[in-house]
Ligand binder design. Structure first.
Ligand SMILES: CC(=O)[C@@H](O)[C@H](O)COP(=O)(O)O
Ligand SMILES: NCC(=O)COP(=O)(O)O
Length: 253
């Protein structure tokens, strides 16, 4: 199968806010990073307003909505508070993610199959407001099928475990995990769902994921913000764009 189209890059600027908040200063500014990302070739900006506001804060979402001209993918938990914020701002997309207060980062995907009725009710007003709703899930077929049943137009498959296995040098297990991601992408696409992927991706782990033909968008943050310490944010993003394009043959441009 040929790739379905040009792969979009969503740049997640959460960890600019992590650095800012570590010192309680007003800098570095996530909006400034987003504007730079836009010029460097990002197709969208992703920001995760965690319930504990450990990085992105409400004022950052206000500033991003007012300041950027590429789509904002607003990541949040499926709570009443976050739904109200999303409905007030009406970003291009909302990506619903699981959250546990004590986790270091997003562990696992949203349990759509186990919370189907509530999530269907949660998603409906967002969709009615014209927001593209995405569910951040594991590649589990049960979860993908549940997303189809509740009418989610997009899933973002969690690549964190695949990336961890790569970093730990457990290559056979990594390749098995990659195969599950491939199968998940094919299943979601066959059910009419647009497929995104993200979490923990790096220059090394992106190529096989970018080569999955059904994948339309990657959301990448932590690695790019880290890499920007060494080569600057613009160059870090431009290099990611090159890596993605090189792994996506068969397109005219
Ligand atoms: C859902 C997800 O993967 C992102 O929100 C991203 O990883 C943000 O970083 P933290 O998980 O550190 O909040
Ligand atoms: N949804 C995943 C995301 O936005 C980026 O995750 P990471 O690259 O910061 O781990």
């Amino acid at each position: 199968m040929k790739p379905l189209g040009r792969l979009r890059l969503g740049v997640n600027i959460d960890h600019v806010a992590t650095v800012r908040n570590a010192r309680g200063t007003g800098y570095p500014d996530p909006l400034r990073a987003a504007l730079l990302a836009e010029v460097a070739g990002a197709d969208g900006i992703t920001a995760h307003l965690r319930e504990d506001r450990r990085h992105i804060r409400d004022a950052d979402i206000d500033a991003l909505m007012a300041g950027i001209s590429i789509p904002l993918n607003f990541e949040c938990a499926a709570t009443t508070e976050m739904q109200a914020i999303a409905l007030r701002h009406r970003p291009h997309a909302v990506c619903l993610v699981p959250e546990r207060r004590e986790e270091r980062t997003t562990e696992g995907g949203l349990d759509v199959a186990g919370d189907e009725a509530r999530l269907a009710d949660h998603v409906a007003p967002l969709r009615e407001a014209g927001i593209r709703v995405s569910m951040f899930i594991a590649h589990d077929p049960r979860q993908i099928e549940a997303c189809a049943r509740i009418g989610a137009p997009v899933v973002e498959l969690h690549t964190g475990h695949y990336c961890d296995l790569h970093e730990e040098g457990r290559f056979e297990e990594r390749d098995a995990e990659l195969e599950k991601l491939r199968e998940g992408a094919a299943l979601a696409h066959s059910l009419g769902i647009e497929v995104h992927m993200g979490h923990g991706l790096t220059y090394e782990t992106v190529p096989p994921v970018a080569a999955i033909p059904q994948v339309m968008e990657l959301n990448i943050g932590h690695f790019l913000i880290g890499e920007s310490i060494f080569r600057g944010l613009s160059e870090a993003i431009e290099e990611m764009r090159r890596v993605m394009d090189a792994a996506r043959p068969g397109l005219d441009g």
